[in-house]
Design a protein around this ligand. Sequence first.
Ligand SMILES: [Zn+2]
Ligand SMILES: [Zn+2]
Length: 307
Amino acid sequence: MEKYWNIFISSFADYGGYLWREILNPSWGNYFYWLIGLSLFFWLLEVILPWRQNQAKIRQDFWLDGFYMFFNFFLFSLVGFNAISNIGVEAFNDFLGLFGIKNLVAFEVQSWPVWAQLLTLFVVRDFIQWNVHRLLHRSEFLWRFHKVHHSVRQMGFAAHLRFHWGETIVYRTLEYIPLAMIGFGIQDFFLVHIFATAIGHFNHSNFHVPLGPFRYIFNNPQMHIWHHAKHMPRRYGANYGISLSLWDYLFGTDYMPEDGRDIELGFDEVEKYPKSFMEQQLYPFKERQVKEADNTPVEDPQKLESA
Ligand SMILES: [Zn+2]
Ligand SMILES: [Zn+2]
């Protein structure tokens, strides 16, 4: 037990120290400044070449989402996820040890060139995340957490990182085993993470760029806005792609009936959804009780209009 406690405490100290060093040392390998740089870049595109020209440059919830960005990218890790996950990994390895399993690696890719490993990591991880995202829409319990992301009513780059910290736990936990089974030789996933963050910012930005045939590979604002549509003909939604739109085209979950520039965003009764950060963090845990007390029937996961 003491081992786990020590991991817990040192994780906080390690991550706190790491974040502080990041802030003090701007460099090309620095997450903190990349996040700021990418955000300024997409915000500038929104200002110069907006898709919805009448949307304010500082749109509704701009600052709320800005806070979410730093919370989910940095503070949540600092406050707890790093500590919890280090313990989880250690406990999981101890558990495997009971069966004499020393590691999970089933596919050795260490001898591959670095670019091939990075590409594999990017594609495999994105496919896992596409599946996790579908699950967030299918499960009534998980949908309560994912609704925070869908409570965005005016779209802009920073909406990318408006999500409940519970999602981080679901994604990282479900990703862990499959990724651990591939014996990547690279320890630093920096490039993949930054690239995925850039595409995520792009998908949510108020910006239009014709991608030509690349739209069948990469997710984009014109496709992702339909994922956020308030009214959908499909009960569990569509366009689940995170970085790649490819999976939606391959598995028939793509949906772009027309130009979605001005469609209404959110879900049923989104106007009644809590608006502050703290309320949004707590609401998934009490939504059911609130609705029961109200006598409002508890809705199906993303109840949607029929076509
Ligand atoms: Zn979603
Ligand atoms: Zn989104």
